[in-house]
Ligand binder design. Sequence first.
Ligand code: HEM
Length: 310
Amino acid sequence: MQETTDTVSPSADPVSTAANPVPPSADPVSTAAQPAPVAGRQRLYRRFGKAERIGHIGLGISFIGLAITGLPLLYSQEPWARWIAHSMGGFEATGFLHRFFALVMIVLFAWHLARVFRRIIVDRDLGMLWGPYSMVPQPRDARDVYQNIRYFLGKGEPPRFERYTYWEKFDYWAVFWGMAIIGGSGLILWFPEFFTRFLPGWTLNLASVIHGLEAVLAVGFIFTIHLFHNNLRAEKFPMDTVMFTGYVTEDELRKERPDEYERLQREGSLKEIEVEPVKPSLLNAGRIYGVAVNLLGVILVGLMLYALLG
Ligand code: HEM
C-alpha cells in the first residue's frame, strides 16, 4: 500500500463527481484509467471502522495465542513442543494460557455478534442482510466465482468486485463454523463435569479428536491461505495494512473493487469516506505486528507439518 503524509482536498478531485463517472467498460486494472495523483499523493478512503480493526487485531492475537499454546498440547511428544511448553512454565501453565486466549476469543466473538444483532434489530439496518455491505452470500458472488475461474483459465476479464469479494465472505463465515466446532469442543474439554451431566462420556473423546483436527485445519488455513493471500501477493507484499489503518488508497479501491468505486461515485459518497493518513509510528507498529504474525505462523505450520509427516 502506498502511504501518504497528506491527503488531497476533495474539491480538487477530478473523478469523484457523479458527472464524471468511470465508464462501466473501463478496465479496472488499466493504468490509463487511473486518475493522476495530485502532487504525488493519493486520496485515502475508509474501509473499516475502529471496532472492526480492534476486533480483527484481537482475533489475530487470540488465534496466535491459541495456536502457540494448543499445538504443544497436541504434539506433546515432540521435542519442540516440550521446549515451547517449558518456556511457558510447563504443560499445566500452557493449558492455563490456552484457556485465557480462548476466553479472549469467545468474548470478541460475542461482542461481534452483539454488534451485528444490534444493527439489525435495534437500528433496523437491513443492509446487513442483503446488498453490498452484507456478508451474506448473494447471486453476484456465484457469478464472480464463475468469472474468476474463467479469468484464471485466460477466457475472460477478472470480476469487477464490489465491497466484499466471495473469498472474504468465505473467510468471514469460516470463523462462525470454526467457533461452533473448535469453540464447542473446547468448552466440552474445559468443563467436562458440566457437559457429561447431559452428554454421554464418549463425547469427551470425540471433542478431543474434533478439537485437535479442527485446530490443524484452522492453523493450516489461516497461516497459509489467509496470510499469503492477504499479505504476500505481489500487490500487497510484505503486508496489507488496511486492517490497521482502516483505509485504502484510491488506486487500490479502483483496481480491486471497481464496482464499489463506481457505486460510491454515483452516490456521491466518496468525499464522506475520505480520511487522513494514520501516524507513521502506528503504521510501523502494524507492520511489525503483521510481519511477526506471518513469521510465527509459517514457523508453526512448519512444526505442525514436521510432526504430522514424522
Ligand atoms: C475458542 C475456543 C477454544 C476453547 C474454549 C479451547 C479450549 C481448549 C481446552 C480446554 C483444551 C484442553 C487443554 C488442556 O488439556 O490443558 C484445548 C486443547 C487444545 N486446543 Fe483449544 N480451545 C479453543 C480454541 C482453540 C483454537 C482456535 C486452536 C487452534 C488454533 C486450539 C488448539 C488446541 C489444541 C491443538 C489442543 C490440544 C488438543 C489435544 O491435546 O488433543 N484451540 N483447547
